[in-house]
Design a protein around this ligand. Structure first.
Ligand code: SAM
Ligand code: SF4
Length: 326
């Protein structure tokens, strides 16, 4: 078992396959001419499989592939197929632009649930936010995966003055389709133009929804990062990920492996442990994993508190989101 000093058992591993992406969401990728990590410095498929097996042997029962955009990696199909054979549930966070090429391989690998990012239901705004004209492809692919019976969660980062006026449009979508919308509070990362005025808090999101709908809280489990709600007559649900205003660190069971093989014990951790170099040398990496998780801070990587209104993002020491793997 992989346990930290607060008794939190770590059973969930998020693996970033690449820091490359075919979209340019401004809050995630710091600049247009960002230099992606060269392939030689990325974990290779056999290295990902070896590391994943070490984690699974030590209690991990859920693996999520992420990025960057995991599906832009040329060998993504091989990686998905290999990890699908491990005794852990496999899932994916994706921008959905390439899902039509991967539906079969995901199904064959036993993937049943997908997290898909979509911050707006308006085509023009999508192009503005992501700097790519891919809205139609994303919407079609969501319908494709719903048609194939996948459980689809839609992640929307809510930002004041940008897409907060669409909150109830997303809620209407949960009436028309079995989509599970998750509103995410906007988080600060290196170079992502965050400021506290752009954060729309859980309370504000709830108040907006309650202006038009009667909502019922759903019971979750202790590891949930989202508080979920249902609305009578809607096949879908909605949830809020309140990292900024009400973090859920006490039930945290997550570890993150970056595409270049560094272990991060928190989205906001300063410290990283290189697993790839020792693995390539033939060393045993398990002691490094235990040491890294053993040094996990109680909350938010020890870098800030929930008083985000007074937060100075320049004082947070971290990678950009695209290089962590959200
Ligand atoms: N490319 C894939 C995608 O977009 O789903 C996977 C990687 S992306 C980094 C994972 C998630 O992180 C996305 O849902 C994205 O919206 C979220 N994200 C990125 N930057 C964020 C920020 N500053 N605050 C909150 N969520 C963020
Ligand atoms: Fe790419 Fe996902 Fe980041 Fe958007 S949020 S730039 S799709 S990695």
């Amino acid at each position: 078992m992989i346990v930290d000093t607060f008794g939190r058992v770590h059973t969930y591993l998020r693996i970033s396959l690449t820091d490359n992406c075919n979209l340019r969401c401004f809050y995630c990728m710091p600049e247009e001419d960002y230099t992606f990590t060269p392939a030689s410095r990325l974990m290779q498929p056999n290295e990902i499989e070896t590391l994943a097996k070490i984690f699974v042997t030590n209690g991990v029962d859920k693996i999520r592939l992420t990025g960057g955009e995991p599906l832009v990696r040329k060998d993504a199909k091989d990686i998905i197929s290999a990890l699908g054979l491990l005794p852990a549930s496999l899932t994916l966070t994706t921008n959905a632009t390439r899902l039509h090429e991967f539906a079969d391989v995901l199904q064959a690998a036993g993937v049943r649930s997908l997290n898909i990012s979509l911050d707006t239901l308006q085509a023009e705004k999508f192009t503005m936010l992501t700097r790519r004209d891919q809205f139609r492809q994303v919407r079609d692919n969501i319908d494709l995966m719903l048609g194939r019976g996948f459980h689809v969660k839609v992640n929307a980062v809510v930002m004041k003055g940008i897409n907060d006026m669409e909150i109830n449009d997303f809620i209407r979508w949960t009436r028309d389709a079995p989509v599970h919308v998750r509103f995410i509070e906007f988080m600060p990362f290196s170079g992502n133009r965050w400021n506290s005025n752009k954060v729309v808090t859980m309370q504000e999101i709830l108040a907006t929804v309650q202006q038009q709908y009667e909502i019922t809280p759903l019971t979750g489990d202790q590891h949930d990062t989202a508080k979920a709600y249902s609305i009578s007559g809607h096949p879908g649900t909605f949830a809020i990920i309140s990292t900024m205003s009400a973090p859920f660190c006490s039930g945290c069971n997550r570890m993150r492996l970056t595409a270049d093989g560094k272990l991060k014990n928190c989205l906001f951790s300063r410290e990283e442990t290189d697993l790839l170099t020792p693995l390539r040398r033939g060393d045993d990496v398990l002691p490094l994993v235990l040491q890294n998780i053993g040094s996990k801070k109680k909350e938010l990587g020890g870098q800030f508190t929930t008083d985000f209104e007074h937060l100075h993002p320049e004082n947070i020491d971290n990678r950009s989101m695209i290089t962590i793997g959200g």
